[in-house]
Design a protein around this ligand. Sequence first.
Ligand code: NAD
Ligand code: UDP
Length: 342
Amino acid sequence: HPDERVPPIDTTAVWRAQHAPNRTPERQRILVTGGAGFIGSNLVDHLMELGHEVIVLDSLFTGTKENIAHWIGHPRFDFIRHDVTERIMLEVDQIYHLACPASPLHYKYNAIKTIKTNVLGTLNMLGIAKRTGARLLLASTSEVYGDPLVHPQPESYWGNVNPIGVRSCYDEGKRVAETLCFDYYRQHHVDIRVARIFNTYGPRMVENDGRVVSNFVGQALRGEELTIFGDGSQTRSFCFVSDLVDALIRLMNTEGITGPVNLGNPTEFTVRELAELVRRKLPKSGPIRYLPPTPDDPGRRQPDIHLARTVLDWAPRVPLEEGLDAMIADFQRRGIGSRPVA
Ligand code: NAD
Ligand code: UDP
């Protein structure tokens, strides 16, 4: 075949030659998968403000163009509508791999697709990292600890996860994604960072995505009852999104650490306490309504962030009271509570 005589073009080598002179720690070319979602778009804002080149790769399954609309047309910004389960050739310096539905409502909607996103999507992104030498940060989750038997959860805890339950597509999917990162690190020396993110909230959450903070704030603004699954004694520790974005960027740019590193706010609340706090802030809210518990719902969750404090010199700064005010203001700006649910 005549094509066999033509050596294939090594796009990575071409890219390295073209871009090497422009690459500085201050101006990296950064891929953010899931960059049109809640955490991803907040991260993109920060990376753009720091002066980097940013490529967002997103299927828009749960994310929206509105979240990144303010960057469209900017010379340092690109958006590619693409599903991470499909292969793609890109040349970048860093990859923040966030693409995956995060709300239980969304990830249970098509469980097999969630697994594929975690496994095939992470494989594809690790493939790019291996080929280009890019550093890859995986957005893993506290859900890898399952319904934890150790409290608070340190990174050394291996977890208590049901492999065949309704949450397994997400929990086990992320566990495999972590495994893949470490196998690429050991076998191919890919430069990895694994962040175990605990419950995060803030502006740009979807009002009816089923997550507890967005649900309660949306319900309260609409004057509806606040729905608690179970008796509300289960606990979570809520991190404001700007604190999390700060931690992700620090982790990505810290040398000599793979993780996993817990990232979250260690102040623990029961779901009932959260509901009462939201009701105090939004007195128009309806009363609390108790519904049956959801299957495999973890009873307690609180990060041990000793490692993040030590190696990243990071600790969350925004208390729940303050973060909730910012989130309520964002929901009100978007007209939530003053128009029918989308
Ligand atoms: P999100 O649903 O708002 O964002 C996920 C983004 O990924 C969306 O824009 C969605 O369209 C995109 N996406 C989903 N499947 C895709 C696919 N196959 N191909 C391309 N894009 C796809 O969720 P989020 O809260 O911003 O979460 C971002 C990441 O952080 C996720 O990986 C999640 O597992 C992780 N995380 C989030 C939390 C949290 O509390 N928000 C906690 C732990 C971990
Ligand atoms: N939850 C609740 N009411 C809601 C939504 C969630 O009581 O309207 C509970 C849910 O059962 C869980 C906790 O709040 O115990 C956190 O749920 P979320 O879906 O936000 O996150 P995750 O379970 O992944 O931590």
